[in-house]
Design a protein around this ligand. Structure first.
Ligand code: MN
Length: 302
């Protein structure tokens, strides 16, 4: 097999730690029917610096002339939320003045930092039109020294995201954050990480080089995947956890191909205390976040 990202590396593989099928879906507001692949509450800490992943598998929404479906105002503090629209449109407004609509293929990268209030809805146009809706929400932790950074919002359009072809028409990598094949993704991040939307053609196989310093987590969102020479037996929707270390990854798709979200990054190795919409380093900081929110210190949506 030809290495997918110009690998010359013959180093050790990144070894699978465990494979988990996603639990049944639950509603977030009335717009997002998500399966939780992992969260800060898990005992396994090997996804660090990523702290939560929810996937809303494809679901048809009928045209709706009333208010858009979604989640009303709520706070966040201490991390970043990354929304990837696989199908459909999400509109967002926040107390830092950020806002906008992301469409199919676009990504919203919101830094909650020292505190934000936001709302997340299907776009008005999508609501009226109806159609298939499919998205990911990923939470990226901030290092302790940056948890109080001002809130910010990056709207990343589909056109800004490099689509890197794998050799021999085996598929592609949409490079949202990090580096691949010498290219750089558009997302600005506080620490070193890769967020790759990997598409593999039916029965295709590819090899990727990844730094030994990166933790690795995969989410198989569509199709089936095989890891490190195994047959393509990991079904959608599944999470694949890896041991630390290793420098290479073999991926193989099943007969329907595969859509895999690849998350790798240098771990923060700091205490993670999450509670509801806040991810801090201690319970005292969580209590402080609640108190600041109740006092209105995260601002209001205008
Ligand atoms: Mn939110």
């Amino acid at each position: 097999m030809i290495p997918a990202n110009a690998a010359t590396n013959e180093g050790p593989l990144k070894e699978v730690a465990s494979i988990h099928q996603a639990p049944p879906a639950h509603w977030v507001g009335d717009g997002f029917y998500v399966q939780s692949l992992f969260s800060y509450a898990d005992a396994f800490k090997g996804a660090d610096p990523f702290v939560l992943l929810d996937f809303a598998a494809e679901r048809y929404f009928a045209p709706n002339s009333g208010a858009p479906h979604g989640v009303g105002q709520h706070p966040h503090k201490g991390f970043e939320t990354v929304t990837i629209a696989y199908q459909g449109e999400v509109s967002h407004r926040d107390s830092s003045g950020g806002g906008g609509t992301i469409q199919t293929g676009d990504v919203q990268w919101m830094t909650a930092g020292r505190g934000i209030v936001h709302e997340e809805f299907h776009s008005r146009e999508f609501g009226r039109r109806g159609g298939p809706f499919e998205m990911v929400q990923l939470w990226v932790n901030l290092p302790a020294k940056d948890k109080l950074t001002p809130a910010a919002y990056q709207a990343i359009s589909k056109e800004q995201i490099p689509v890197l072809a794998l050799p021999d028409n085996k598929g592609s990598v949409r490079l949202i954050a990090g580096t691949c094949q010498g290219h750089k993704g558009p997302a600005k991040t506080f620490t070193e990480m890769n967020v790759w939307d990997v598409q593999l053609a039916p029965d295709a196989a590819a090899i990727f080089d990844l730094p030994a310093s990166h933790n690795l987590t995969l989410a198989v969102l569509r199709g089936q995947a095989g890891i490190n020479g195994e047959k393509a037996a990991v079904p959608r929707v599944s999470l694949v956890r890896f041991q630390p270390g290793g420098e290479r990854l073999h991926l193989q798709a099943g007969p329907e191909g595969a859509t895999i979200l690849l998350l790798s990054g240098v771990p923060l190795n700091e205490p993670v205390v999450g509670y509801g919409p806040f991810v801090m380093n201690s319970m005292a900081e969580i209590r402080q976040a609640f108190s600041e929110y109740e006092k209105g210190e995260f601002g209001t949506i205008r």
